[in-house]
Design a protein around this ligand. Structure first.
Ligand SMILES: [Zn+2]
Length: 169
């Protein structure tokens, strides 16, 4: 993970610090507030790209609300980090997402809908998030998720997860 550039950004939820990382293949972003290296149980949200929500204001998924809640929680706490990973369509890509939509609308869970069109249920790779947390010297996190896969992968990559918390205000 190479640090490429950094900047402060004013948001609806206060000023965050953005650091752009590159691992030789993909870019990833750390977006944080406050001192995240000298405290424990730092609020942490690992968020994947969602073109429909974040660009087109889709109301068919919760990605946009989840991002807003993560930013609000971090603002309330005064510190915390969001890691943005470029992995559209649960890592399968936007094409797979579009192909899966008819199946999803017919009532299939998203994961099965990806399989129905020949992709993986969940092709996301969270190892980049672990590398970024280490690069920023984050000691331990409160992971904002109910996704056990994220917990497992980050733990396997040496990240200490103090607790998990649902994304609710
Ligand atoms: Zn979404």
């Amino acid at each position: 993970m190479i640090k490429m550039a950094e900047v402060d950004l004013k948001t609806k939820y206060g000023t965050f610090h953005e650091v752009l990382f590159y691992d030789g293949q993909k870019e990833a972003i750390a977006f944080y507030m406050g001192n995240i290296s000298e405290h424990d149980a730092i609020l942490c949200r690992v968020h994947s790209s969602c073109i429909h929500a974040h660009i087109f204001n889709s109301i068919e998924c919760e990605c946009r609300e989840e991002m807003a809640i993560a930013q609000q929680l971090i603002q309330q706490e005064g510190r915390g980090i969001i890691i943005w990973l470029e992995q559209e369509g649960k890592g399968n890509g936007h094409y797979a997402l579009l192909k899966s939509i008819p199946f999803k609308r017919a009532g299939m869970p998203q994961a099965e809908a990806y399989e129905a069109v020949g992709f993986q249920k969940d092709a996301r790779d969270f190892s980049a998030a672990a590398k970024i947390l280490k690069a920023l010297n984050v000691k331990s996190i409160t992971l904002l998720t109910n996704n056990q896969k994220k917990v497992n992968v980050l733990s396997q990559h040496g990240i200490h997860i103090s607790q998990t918390r649902d994304l609710k205000l």
